[in-house]
Design a protein around this ligand. Structure first.
Ligand code: DNO
Length: 359
């Protein structure tokens, strides 16, 4: 595996490439052209400029998170053909610049959903949190307004203000889309783009729905072992793969994370590793990466990656806000750097132990 950190690009991220380079063991970044809109073609020139900027710092681009999928593709609207063609052009441009990993999601309207961006913990750190009760009492059109005051001046991924202004129209697009239809639209999209992925050896890595259940009555399908395996079989091409995000699949306590990792052997191209602390099955907050700070056994998760021969990028995921840092919620430097160091430590121990046992 390669340890990486997500970086939103100069001008968007409070964290610098220089700082990332100084985290022991981090060799790559997961990045994006943060000012592009879903459906827009990414030019080769801009991709190359981004690549050169990252490489000048001594790091490299380990993958893109995300090339976002236009709502027309997800909803199966008639304009989808044009947007799929654009997506393919973007993939081609990425491929020509040697980028081989693209993370995306297929969640209608809202990307990841949290109801609090700065829940205080007893140690004075703050974390992202979710309660179903809060969502049940919220008008989806007000969702953005209700959390935007805690964004620390940043634009959160998937929560772009321009898109959030059109929530009502976006909901209308999904009037006739149930889970089966959403699966069908995803299959349609993947079958169209697979030839470009095959040509450039690009691994598509679908991010799970977060939380892993339907919110505001919108369909969500990338939620559990059965559905993700179904998707793998539906488009049975190794380039149709998975971003295994422990914090997203883990929102549903019925998901056995190490077992899911094992059953997806060979199809996981990217991993987000983080821990959650549950107060009830529908009330959870994001914890430090350390197992004992939350609910998941991070050792077992990392061991499942190791034992399935995982060799793609891993990134620590959302961190707590600590040491008075002001940054995009979940994406400060300090706690993610601690996360990277901890995950690297687990990996080293697992690897040395396994090698010793082999003699
Ligand atoms: C949140 C992220 C998601 C993720 C997208 C992938 O912090 O994990 O926004 O990047 O869902 O497309």
């Amino acid at each position: 595996m390669e340890m990486t950190l997500r970086w939103y690009g100069s001008g968007f991220d409070t964290v610098t490439l220089k700082q990332i380079r100084q985290i022991p063991g981090v060799t790559g970044v997961i990045t994006t052209l943060y000012d592009t809109k879903p459906g827009e073609v990414w030019s080769r020139e801009r991709i190359r400029a981004l690549k050169e900027e990252v490489e000048a710092s001594g790091l490299h681009i380990a993958g893109i998170e995300s090339v976002n999928v236009h709502e027309a593709i997800k909803a199966g609207a008639s304009e989808r053909e044009a947007y799929i063609a654009n997506y393919m052009e973007t993939l081609e441009n990425l491929g020509k610049e040697g980028i081989r990993l693209v993370c995306y999601n297929f969640m209608p309207v809202f990307d990841w959903t949290r109801t609090e961006l700065a829940r205080m913990r007893p140690d004075g750190s703050s974390v992202l949190a979710y309660t179903q009760e809060a969502v049940d009492h919220l008008d989806p059109e007000k969702m953005f307004a209700s959390i935007s005051c805690d964004m620390n001046g940043s634009i959160m991924p998937g929560w772009e203000p321009e898109r959030m202004e059109h929530v009502k129209e976006q909901f209308a697009m999904y009037r006739n889309v149930d889970e089966e239809k959403l699966f069908e639209n995803l299959r349609y999209f993947l079958e169209k783009i697979m030839p470009v992925c095959d040509r450039y050896q690009i691994n598509m890595a679908i991010h799970p729905d977060d939380p892993a259940w339907s919110v505001f009555g919108l369909p969500r399908i990338i939620t559990n072992k059965k559905n993700i395996l179904r998707l793998m079989q539906m488009v049975d091409n190794p380039h149709n793969g998975v971003t295994f995000c422990s914090g997203s699949y883990g929102t549903n306590l019925d998901n056995d994370l190490p077992d899911m990792i094992r059953s997806l052997k060979g199809r996981i191209h990217f991993a987000h590793v983080r821990n959650l602390k549950f107060h009830s099955p529908t009330n959870f907050e994001e914890a430090a990466h350390l197992s004992s700070d939350g609910t998941f056994d991070m050792y077992e998760i990392m061991k499942a990656f190791y034992e399935t021969g995982y060799d793609g990028p891993i990134r620590p995921d959302h961190g707590r806000m600590i040491w008075d840092e002001i940054a995009m919620p979940g994406y400060g430097l300090y706690d993610r750097a601690l996360g990277a160091a901890y995950l690297n430590g687990l990996w080293e121990a697992i690897e040395k132990n396994a090698k010793r046992r082999q003699g």
